[in-house]
Design a protein around this ligand. Structure first.
Ligand SMILES: NC(=O)c1ccc[n+]([C@@H]2O[C@H](COP(=O)([O-])OP(=O)(O)OC[C@H]3O[C@@H](n4cnc5c(N)ncnc54)[C@H](O)[C@@H]3O)[C@@H](O)[C@H]2O)c1
Ligand SMILES: [Fe+2]
Length: 403
């Protein structure tokens, strides 16, 4: 009998997220009181040139008017995908200016840089590299507030930081519950200036987080709840956010979707799509969301070939992409493929709206790079959290299909 796969509950799981979430119109107005609650009044603000040129730092600075907060330093030179060199430089400024807290204002590149700075300062080290990997941190971190300006990485609520090491052309990963910021502030004014292509790419990163979190081996009912809410919000708002970035309600919905997906995958982790996307970003500098958007349908097709259980889960996600009455009409054995078609349709729509690349070729990856990407992906932390084992040949096949 062809029945829909039942949800099961793991015999044991852990779930953790300690970040205070402040979300909504005028949420920025709370930053100074949050600093006060954390016992801080001299933050360093970390951002990048794109964010500062969009005038977003002014919103944050204005929110400190008439409060005891003094900005200790402002660093706006964070590179895309961050870098261990920038982290060490910013940590030097933090110490020199006697700051007592960190505010990250930006996308994943800025937030992860700020996480790296917090590691260097709090662990009283000069070398971030000593702390790569899982659970290498031991000291309590400095007060840390994050104001995301993209809606994609969810880094404001994740236990992970991904920081590029330009000397070695790789992205290094750091994971520890201690990395978590204390407060995430989501205010729609901070994402409204995001250009359409960055909106689309980062939103596809969030969708990939939610989908991979739901099919990974560490999934559990709590992480599923966050993943489902995220997928629903993304499906309903991703096209309008790209088309009409000035719509505050849509921007707020996407900011929350990204956060929800972040909470989910920070607990249940991500899989082959992210392993390949990290490697593609590290070696070919394809933006993280673009790489995920291209690779998501192909990664899911790989899982379908390898694991009927994972295929069943992918099929169940169809209910978030089409109307309930249509969902009931799709035969169970066709739901898996229909989910992937629905994701491809979103990608095509985004491609037409803003030129989001649909293939690795369109993203500027050359064929001679595929083998090194496949090799690098097998060393990525996310590969251990795929629902099935992945060989070098299989990773290469997925890349060739996406090429
Ligand atoms: N730590 C995690 O949990 C996690 C998860 C996913 C991705 N990441 C990492 O995050 C990084 C990608 O972050 P991202 O996708 O948010 O992009 P990003 O931070 O690299 O920003 C992309 C560009 O958008 C600009 N920008 C950002 N917000 C803007 C705004 N509101 N208006 C105008 N311009 C704006 C930036 O200046 C930058 O030029 C990658 O390094 C990736 O590996 C981390
Ligand atoms: Fe991601």
């Amino acid at each position: 009998m062809n029945t829909q796969q039942k949800e099961s509950c793991p015999k044991y799981f852990e779930f953790f997220n300690s970040v205070k979430i402040i979300s909504g119109y005028k949420a920025l107005g709370n930053i100074s009181s949050e600093l006060d609650l954390l016992g801080a009044k001299r933050p360093i603000i970390i951002t990048d040139k794109g964010v500062s040129k969009a005038g977003l730092i002014d919103h944050v600075v204005d929110s400190f008017g008439g409060t005891p907060v003094t900005i200790g330093a402002l660093y706006d030179d964070t590179p895309i995908d961050s870098s261990n060199v920038a982290v060490n430089e910013i940590a030097g400024i933090y110490r020199q200016q006697e700051c007592d807290s960190i505010i990250a204002v930006g996308g994943g590149s800025v937030i992860d840089t700020a996480k790296g700075v917090n590691i260097v300062i709090s662990e009283e080290t000069d070398d971030l590299m000593k702390f790569t990997g899982n659970n290498r941190l031991s000291k309590p971190m400095k007060p840390f507030i994050v104001i995301p300006t993209t809606a994609g990485t969810g880094s404001e609520v994740t236990m992970a930081a991904v920081i590029a090491n330009p000397a070695q052309n790789v992205k290094m990963q750091f994971t520890s519950p201690l990395i978590l910021p204390k407060v995430a502030v989501l205010d729609p004014v901070m994402t409204m200036s995001m250009p359409a292509k960055i909106t689309a790419a980062t939103a596809m990163d969030a969708l990939t987080h939610a989908v991979e979190a739901y099919i990974g081996p560490q999934k559990n009912p709590v992480s599923d709840a966050f993943a489902f809410s995220a997928i629903e919000l993304i499906k309903d708002n991703i096209i309008s956010a790209t088309k009409n970035g000035g719509d505050k309600d849509v921007r707020l919905a996407m900011a929350n979707a990204s956060l929800l997906a972040g909470v989910s995958f920070s607990n249940s982790m991500v899989g082959i799509v992210h392993a390949l996307a990290h490697a593609t970003g590290g070696l070919c500098h394809v933006p993280h969301g673009v790489a995920n958007a291209i690779l998501l349908p192909h990664g899911l097709e790989f899982y379908i070939r390898k694991s009927p259980e994972t295929a069943g889960r992918i099929g169940k996600l169809l209910r978030f992409f089409i109307a309930p009455e249509d969902y009931a009409k799709v035969p169970i054995h066709e739901r898996t493929k229909s989910t992937i078609t629905a994701i491809r349709d979103i990608n095509s729509n985004l491609n037409q709206l803003c030129g989001l690349p649909l293939t690795l070729t369109q993203a500027g990856v050359t064929k001679d790079k595929l083998e090194s990407i496949a090799k690098a992906a097998l060393n990525d932390g996310a590969i251990a959290f795929c629902p099935v084992e992945v060989s070098y040949e299989e990773a290469l096949e997925v890349l060739q299909a996406a090429y």
